[in-house]
Design a binder for this molecule. Sequence first.
Ligand code: M6R
Length: 612
Amino acid sequence: MCGIMGYIGKKDGYPIVIEGLKKLEYRGYDSAGVAIMNGSLSLYKKQGKVRELENYIHTQKTNGNIALGHTRWATHGEPNDTNAHPHLSETGRIALVHNGIIENYATLKSFLTSKGYTFKSDTDSEVLVQYIAWYQSTYSLDLNEAVRRALGDVEGTYAIVVLDTLKPNGVIVAKKDNPLVFGLNEGEFYIASDASPISNFTQEVIYLKDGTYAELFDNGTYEVYDLEKKSIDPELTTIQSSKDNYSLDGYDSYMLKEIHEQAQTLEANMEQRIDLEEGEIRIPEIDEHKRIFNSANKIILLGCGTSWHAALIGKYIIESLCDIPVEVDYASEFRYRNPIIRENDIVIPISQSGETADTLAALKLANEKGAFTYSLVNTVGSTIARNSDIVSYLKVGVEIGVASTKAFTAQVNLLTMMALKIARIKGTIELSKYKEIINCLDALPGLVEKTLECNKLVKIIAENYYKRDHALFLGRGLNFPVALEGALKLKEISYIHAEGYPAAEMKHGPIALIDEQMPVFVIATNRSIIQKLISNVQEIKSRKGEVIVLKEEGQEFPNDLASYAIEIPKTHELLSPVLASIPLQLFSYHAAKLRGCNVDQPRNLAKSVTVE
Ligand code: M6R
């Protein structure tokens, strides 16, 4: 969702901010803008992509030592030039960029309207900048005090950067429930929504805490406060210089690149976690809390979207290996009921970005209720990671395509390693089975490469079905979440309506949808219940549904039942979801391309969903 990038120091801020905004593009957005301070303020805003903004600014003056940039994902008001950030106060004195939602903006807006203020945009963010300006002019306050008082009245969430054009030697940054970090270098600051655009300039950063704000000056000095204006000692964090590769490496999209990277990303995911010589899984953060895992009563897995699907697969694997009951909840639902958390329960939030607002709020609730929290996250140093008792990272590098692919397979893989580790601690797995699965894990990256060879066939299948309006994905057991994930991938990037169902549930209603126009993907790698699944497919075939089956190499499946059969290599049944997901990722990619969709930045979607 919205991305913030800012610079204050001695250099020209514009090129730094534009490059930073490009690194934040993955978050998803529909307009972009910059404000540059050089004696006076220059403001440029455009609906569309950062490169369109760049083209628009091309011939303009862009020098200035303070620059604020923003990519906007519309919440209040449609995506257009006017609603794009930065927003200015009515007199043009104060400029602001904002990520989050000002929930009481309507009340504040009618208050300001009654005082004679007028508004150019439909955004809640413009209300905030005007409200700061109202405090400033009514009580003759400096920017620091005006922002502090305004934030005291605000309900909602925010990460903001604010600038006073009459005192252009500093900026105010503030945060509540939306990410904001600033990097310190000699005489300069880099401000951003996450560390990715900063880490090449400096490794010393401060992750602003909720309910705090900071004043940063262009001579390199700064002060952090709480909303009572009590000075606080911020925690300095050292981050790694980014090794992330933002190039397409010859692929036409990040999604396709990320699908093809999965053999390497799974290797990275397992590096130092699989000890083949000793035949052991090594996850030191679990070892350090052995007692907690050994006496766990229940595990609660939380996530949204694809991460929730990974959690569903995780439940299956943990319950089959660890003898611990597992609940899976949408983070957005968990937080709005009274989840029962007892002593010895472990809560595991799963998130690629580590910034998803609902997952973060669910984690905070679990912390408040005294649960031991263990997050599985990709983005190092993200808010979810920092708010958990322990964290294991996916280690797959930055995922840029909005559709999660390599992060999903790494989440499932990490959950498998975690389950094996806990099972070993609890003694609920036989040594021979433990070693067998470890060996299969080690072989998995090679099998991923082999699975990718289905790309040609999957493209042919996509060419056959991309004009259809609907599709169904069926699976049983741990392949039911794979079906859900296949359906989510297809709908989010190709806009084809798709549903995932447990195959045996069809006859309880959805089978009414089946006709010759309905392609039905059946994930049939479950050896244990294959005959039951075949019966379910018979029922579809009898009603003229067109079946595309995903099965294991050499696995028997009646030829006349499926229009296409995609074969995936044989592995341990518990690991098969990783391989089965790959043809489905490829199918959604090809279908979306054939329909002329933007696979990396599908309409209406954001990579990092930082509003509730
Ligand atoms: O960053 P997270 O894993 O917390 O994100 C959760 C979902 O927003 C995300 O998985 C979303 O469903 C993806 N677009 C799916 O491809």
